[in-house]
Design a protein around this ligand. Structure first.
Ligand SMILES: Nc1ncnc2c1ncn2[C@@H]1O[C@H](COP(=O)(O)OP(=O)(O)OP(=O)(O)O)[C@@H](O)[C@H]1O
Length: 362
């Protein structure tokens, strides 16, 4: 989704690696930051982004999340030992197209789960449904055991499940601190002005500003506090989106393509912050095309294709799964034609040529 897309839905080109952004300052380090960085701890200083990744190893919560998932079968819809989010029979149709048809999926509490799949697989639509930005035709889902069906987005956020929201044009024209304050309402995209000036806001302004400033310091955006959000680099925007999502102190954070448009200079910082969310006890579900990031930080991967979940498992197992390779490359990519098929195809083509010739002649 482009940074200025004002809708929660967008279609995104496939990205084989961390993208670069025109907005981003040029990276001082030529090293590929995603290579060999598994579970480096959170980077706490922008200067550190330019240093080689520290091999600090997985944190205690990362180890716990992986241990908890160790015996979960690698099958679509696999039950988890401690699911925080459970979806059942969620269907979304657009006219004749079934964009989402998820029979059953569970997201493990305290883990980082990646939602991957080829373009058009239904990932963003599923995300929008879960977070109340869109309504399904069928299905139900629960968060912390409570139904979220028909709960609007701002209430979903208040219940502890937030998603990052791309910087819309309107948000780009607000300062960084104003964006953070909007995050405190739990819903950035909706009722922008009433959230800014309404009565809901006034009483809490001071504590919200304190929290906003703390988060800006943590995300190294405090120097940008009064700058227009639109002036930030691609990577800084992603940091702002994440910081803003944390204003409501959520239990679960949904990240929509956190690496899209991020220059390699900031990827370490972003990866560190996502891992840090897990270390603070949050559950993370993210949609991402960048497979290096998926491999690096995920405890579990859910793969969608044509609206359904086609595979689940830890990153390495999932990426070696023929069903996943098929989903990405198309079902017939490596099926060689038999001699019979080939003869039939040649015969059909010759017959078509003959018919065409006959039409032209007579
Ligand atoms: N509002 C809409 N109206 C009509 N069709 C839609 C709408 N939103 C999504 N679709 C269609 O639903 C399907 C799933 O789209 P979706 O964007 O959810 O896929 P995705 O997996 O997120 O893809 P990408 O990785 O490209 O973002 C696509 O065929 C898309 O064209």
């Amino acid at each position: 989704m482009p940074a200025d897309d004002s809708t929660p839905h967008g279609s995104h080109p496939a990205r084989p690696g961390a993208g670069t952004s025109d907005h981003e300052p040029s990276p001082p380090s030529p090293a590929t930051p995603l290579a060999g960085t598994a579970d480096a701890g959170p980077v706490t200083d922008l200067e550190d982004d330019r240093a080689p990744a520290q091999a600090t190893g997985p944190g205690p919560r990362a180890l716990a999340a992986r241990a908890a998932l160790r015996d979960v079968p690698h099958v679509p819809g696999a039950p988890k030992p401690d699911p925080v989010l459970v979806a059942d029979g969620v269907v979304r149709r657009f006219g004749g197209l079934t964009a989402v048809d998820v029979a059953h999926v569970e997201v493990q509490r305290g883990a980082i789960t990646a939602l991957i799949g080829p373009n058009g697989a239904g990932k963003t639509t599923f995300f929008n449904l879960l977070t109340g930005f869109d309504r399904p035709d069928e299905g139900s889902w629960t968060f912390e055991g409570r139904s979220l069906a028909r709960v609007p987005a701002h209430r979903v956020a208040r219940r502890g499940m937030v998603r990052t929201f791309q910087l819309t044009k309107a948000l780009s024209r607000l300062t960084v601190i104003e964006n953070m304050r909007l995050g405190a309402t739990g819903q950035v995209g909706e009722r922008l002005l009433s959230a800014m000036f309404g009565r809901l806001w006034r009483g809490q302004e001071e504590s919200n500003t304190r929290r906003a400033d703390e988060l800006l310091r943590r995300f190294k955006l405090d120097a940008k506090r009064e700058d227009f959000a639109g002036s930030l680099s691609g990577g800084q925007r992603k940091l702002l989106e994440m910081a803003r999502a944390l204003m409501t102190e959520p239990q679960m954070v949904m990240l929509d393509e956190p690496m899209a448009g991020v220059n390699p200079a900031l990827t370490q910082s972003l990866l560190g912050h996502v891992k840090d969310l897990r270390e603070q006890g949050m559950t993370v579900l993210f949609v991402e095309h960048d497979m290096d990031m998926v491999r690096d930080i995920s405890d579990w991967v859910v793969v969608m294709a044509q609206g359904t979940v086609v595979a689940e498992g830890p990153p390495d197992a999932v990426m070696a799964d023929p069903a996943v390779i098929d989903a990405y490359l198309g079902g017939h990519h490596d099926t060689p034609l038999t001699e019979e098929d080939e003869e039939q195809q040649v015969a059909a083509a010759e017959a078509e040529l003959e018919r065409e010739h006959d039409r032209e002649v007579g």
